[in-house]
Design a protein around this ligand. Sequence first.
Ligand code: FAD
Length: 289
Amino acid sequence: MRIDSILARKQTFSFEIFPPRGELPVEQAASIAGEMSADKPDWISVTFSAGGTGNSANTAAIASRIQDETGTCSLAHLTCLGSSRDDVDEYVGKLRDGGVHNVLALRGDRAPGREVIDFAYATQLVRHLKDTAPWLCVGAACYPEGHLEAPSLIADIEHLKEKQDAGADFLVTQLFFDNELFYRFREACVRARIKIPITVGIMPFTSTKQIQRMAFTCGATIPAAVIKRLAAAGDDPASQAQAGIEYACEQLRDLAANGVDGLHVYSMNKPAVAHATRVALQECGYLGT
Ligand code: FAD
């Protein structure tokens, strides 16, 4: 199943998982995805070496197992910094052999040892995938607050338009905690003639430390409403995590009421967190029972 065909007929609901580190990562990831499939997401995405974990060897295999074992559509991430065309083609071969028809085409973060070989930007990866594997549905990333390296949000949106022009079929946003920033970004995309569906990525924060880290790694603004809730939660880890789930559910309900193309939950590999978001979206009528 291709994600663009799903987006063509409905507002979607999906989860992201990342390959766990350590022993038996494929089994662990398959078991997490199995639990999450009970919440009937339209797809589950699997990251590719996100956060510098170096854990990308099993992304294609996990994406394939999710489909085979749970019947849920999967989306395999792929970064291109430090990769050659041959590396990309080999990965695409694994997706094809595993029956995976959806890929999220990313540049990846700059890091030592990840120099440009054949691809400097995600746009070039999107174009290569569209030229060489037209059977793939290709998604790309977008940034409601602008990518950290971009000189301005407008400049970033101009480059986003290039990803659409290269053939990207849909977009997934970076996480954010202030919905108003997303609504403004969406209007700017309309003005820039970006017409492909934008699915909105929301991450329930799990602790004060974690949200601080996110603010620095992806530049997300932390609104006063979040700070007040974390202050009320104090030093208790369970209260901080609960505040994160409640805040994300409020964000998701508001986005649902404002007509988004899709809602994507950065689940942090926690089926209980993913389930809480489904319940919230059922209660507000975005999802059926
Ligand atoms: P690009 O679209 O190439 O943009 C990167 C920067 O270059 C931007 O500032 C853009 O404005 C600028 N730019 C683009 N084209 C040009 C041009 N022609 N000239 C000058 N500047 C240009 N990382 C992982 O390692 N693994 C993952 O699985 C992963 N999953 C992600 C999922 C989502 C939904 C998101 C939002 C991010 C994810 N990331 C992941 C992080 C991502 O790799 C980083 O944010 C990376 O720094 C940028 O990737 P990109 O594909 O957006 O890059």
